[in-house]
Design a protein. Sequence first.
Length: 338
Amino acid sequence: MRKFLFPFILASTIVAGGCMQSGKSAPVSKSADKTVLREASVSELVDTVEYNKKLVTLANGDTTGRWPVKHLPYPMKGAIFPYKRIVAYYGNLYSKKMGVLGEYAPDTLWEMLRKEMKAWEAADPSTPVVPAIHYIAVVAQGNPGKDGKYRMRMPAHQIDSALAIAKMGNAIVFLDIQVALSNLKNEVPLLESYLKLPNVHLAIDPEFSMKNGSLPGKKIGTFDAEDVNYCSGYLTDLVKKYNLPTKILVVHRFTQGMVTNYKQIKHHQEVQLVMNMDGWGAPVLKHDTYKQYVYREPVQFAGFKLFYKNDLKRPPHQMLTPEDLVKLKPKPIYIQYQ
């Protein structure tokens, strides 16, 4: 039985009915060279006693010493984790095959998401739920494009549509990047005009980071701690520059090689890190993947992805429930539905 889960549809399928467009990327802030950084004072940080208690609750009785993760900086007041759980809907508006965001009209989408939120609040009443729209803003694809990087940057009007859908339910937004043959330093700054908004956060997908030059979808890609550190450092600078609330950085993972040198990942009080278990399959496989690559290699917070269709493909043909997932060590605090 395979331990590794291979969840994603090859991104060339995003060309739905020939409607893919090549619109302009979000502009880089013109004042990026005038950054004035500041350090948070103690009075700006969370209540450390309450924060530590919440972390112990999330560890869910783990006795190995892995969880909660020790010696990390305390976040600033207003940080979402560990006080609230995020429940996110994932996808791309161009494609019905990449997740629920492309499958349903916004009103229907919100009916579904609110139902999931209620289920999570019922399973864990002590943790309020924050809704999120997790939008793939840079999509790996089978077409090389003009620059041969095998990724498509979503036009600004599509990203704006994702933000508008989020606004319908007072949700936060994650912009997800699949770099393919590009790299994070070329992609992340192009989204600065969105990332400097207080309700917009970042996600990166190692599966489609093809450092060895392979085509996306042919092999599983990889990010190193250095890549994660670049993103968290970039977000940290934005928080300081624009006096923003704490940002969240989500990193997808479902194999050993997708994230290398995890012990070298750096932490900042301005950014909270989530390692998101991103594999699909039967419950036993998903549990195993979570244990191998999230539990055993702790970074900061844990996430768990659920697939409405792919998780049903193999016996027992059922999705894990919130009641199932709150039994995990640690409890996942970021939940994503595709």
